[in-house]
Design a protein around this ligand. Structure first.
Ligand SMILES: [Zn+2]
Length: 564
């Protein structure tokens, strides 16, 4: 806890969102995306931005060409690559030469630390590997690059053969490396192992600074980075939001506030710290990833309070259930309102919605009471702030009616295997929607009563519901009610009322209304017989998409042929 890093060369945030982060499945940054993120990271105050691996794809070459024209205020751009191949000089290795061609001030190369990997993967002598490291670093240094040397499998290699691991680091130092970074490439090391390897490296390398690069495969990416920093490392590599291959890299959005707020190591300005949540959300946006609400520090749920006692305590004393003030990292406290809420939730939530509620007023009690009843009945207000605001406004007598009118809404339903037919639930849903004035639900209720689905057959009730929906000008209901009048079901037979219903539906251009009205003219029901008019209406029905009208047209035309 005692050490402090000034925001200078003594402590580095090294960002690899654009290189290691790009290795996450599903991520495909365009050059434009990479430039946008790089500018943002520079503004944020990271020391290094690893832009990509020029040897791996043309997109990264283009990125470096365009990034070269940007004047970064704070960050140094790094190109990433590996040590030379065995058997050639670094100056003759195309991949290594490519690292110079992109013309970055910093070049980061990785090489083998583990004797086992040298034997099994590289298949060369331990000495040849050391020479590959020294030679490559020295070549890059001779071209005046700042060189960061990443020790691949550093912790595993050190555990396996500490002497060889240290020898590989010393080879990089002999070549002139500016920093040696221990990589927990497989992400499986434990914090105590990382700390021990860091201490061993610092002791052996003396003046050359040591850094750490961790992966989150064991869920320890952050813990391992912090363990290394506590052991004396002064350079930490990671990605925004921990984006990276497999389970990802060490998450800079957690390292930064942990280092600064928990350990007291100053690594970014307080203004930058306040931009942390924004940085996280912006990078998710560019990377096309949905932000994780539960991400520590920056997620939208990181400071969300739901339980009534928690909210009451936070209202009185914010530190009661918050480890830091959310605004310090640019996040905000949110209060969720649900059936677990107490008065404090409602009062705090209301305030954020611009409504002043008195904790002790009867209106607050009745609002909470209604909310709990509704939540018990299956409603949920957690994500429905506008509905909550309307409910609260009603209770404080602000306005009884909603300040808008429901013009229309659309409901879809689909069945699925395992979803049982459940008429009582369907009826309840229709009834809820009908009570709110939704005409199609009234029509659906009418059909349920007409067919006895979930109810006994009750034609009079069916007619009542159709009438309500017909009054709201729902053509389907007008047709259905017209049929009941035509057949005298649930209502006494009344041809002129039937005619009026079909006429009302047809004036709306409804294909069934047109067809039914045609039938009334053909038969002379509720009107005088007029076959020309009937034919015209059938044709309009057909044009409006009612194919059943075709047989009516055929019949009418057939008749007229017979008469002639
Ligand atoms: Zn990595």
């Amino acid at each position: 806890m005692s050490k402090t890093f000034p925001v200078t060369d003594a402590f580095h945030l090294y960002d690899t969102t654009l290189r290691d982060g790009a290795q996450r499945e599903g991520i495909s940054y365009s050059v434009e995306d990479k430039l946008t993120i790089a500018k943002l990271l520079d503004g944020y105050g990271v020391g290094f931005i690893e832009g990509g691996w020029p040897g791996s794809n043309p997109r990264d070459v283009e990125f470096f060409a365009r990034a070269k024209k940007i004047k970064f205020k704070h960050a140094k751009l790094a190109a990433f690559g590996s040590t030379r191949r065995k058997g050639v000089r670094a100056s003759e290795d195309a991949q290594v030469r490519g690292l110079l061609e992109v013309d970055t001030p910093v070049v980061t190369i990785y090489g083998k630390t583990s004797a086992l990997h040298v034997r099994e993967v590289l298949r060369c002598s331990p000495e040849e590997n050391l020479e590959m490291i020294r030679d490559t670093v020295a070549f890059l240094k001779s071209h005046r690059r700042e060189v960061v040397y990443d020790c691949e499998h550093a912790i595993d290699g050190w555990k396996d053969d500490p002497a060889y691991a240290i020898a590989s680091m010393l080879a990089a130092v002999a070549g002139g490396a500016d920093r040696i970074v221990l990589c927990d490439t497989n992400g499986g090391s434990l914090p105590a192992e990382v700390a021990a390897a860091t201490r061993a490296a610092i002791a052996a390398l003396k003046k050359t600074p040591v850094g750490i690069h961790t992966h989150d495969d064991a869920g320890l990416g952050l813990a391992n980075a912090l363990a290394s920093l506590e052991a004396g490392a002064s350079h930490v590599q990671g990605t925004v939001n921990g984006i990276g291959e497999r389970t990802g890299n060490c998450d800079l959005t957690a390292v930064i506030p942990c280092a600064q707020l928990k350990f007291g190591w100053k690594c970014v300005s307080s203004t930058s710290l306040k931009g942390l949540a924004g940085l996280s959300r912006f990078v998710d946006g560019v990377a096309n990833l949905a932000p994780d609400p539960r991400r520590p520090w920056v997620g939208t749920a990181a400071f969300a309070h739901k339980g009534g006692t928690h909210v009451d305590a936070v209202r009185k004393f914010s530190a009661a259930y918050e480890h830091v003030d959310p605004t310090v990292v640019g996040n905000e406290r949110t209060v969720l309102v649900s059936d677990q809420s107490g008065r404090s939730n409602i009062v705090l939530k209301a305030k954020s919605l611009g409504i002043d509620l008195d904790r002790d007023s009867p209106a607050t009690a009745t609002a909470l009471d209604e909310l709990k009843k509704l939540e018990h009945g299956g409603w949920s207000f957690e994500d429905a702030e506008a509905s909550l605001a309307l409910l609260l406004r009603r209770h404080i007598g602000k306005s009884k009616a909603a300040p808008f009118e429901v013009a229309s809404y659309h409901v879809t339903a689909r069945g699925a295997k395992g979803l049982k037919q459940d008429y009582p639930t369907a009826l309840k849903l229709y009834q809820d929607a009908a009570t709110k004035g939704y005409a199609p639900a009234m029509d659906a209720l009418g059909q349920a009563y007409q067919q006895g689905r979930g109810t006994g057959v009750d034609l009079a009730r069916a007619a009542e519901w159709y009438q309500k929906a017909a009054d709201l000008k729902l053509a389907d209901a007008q047709n259905n009610l017209g049929m009941l009048y035509l057949e005298g079901k649930g209502v006494s037979r009344d041809l002129s009322k039937a005619f009026a219903m079909f006429e009302a539906a047809s004036t709306q251009g409804d294909p069934w209304g047109l067809n039914n009205l045609g039938g009334m003219y053909e038969m002379g029901w509720g009107t005088t017989v007029d076959k020309t008019k009937a034919l015209d209406l059938y044709q309009q029905a057909l044009a409006a998409g009612n194919n059943r009208a075709q047989q009516n047209i055929d019949r009418l035309q057939g008749k007229s042929v017979a008469v002639e």
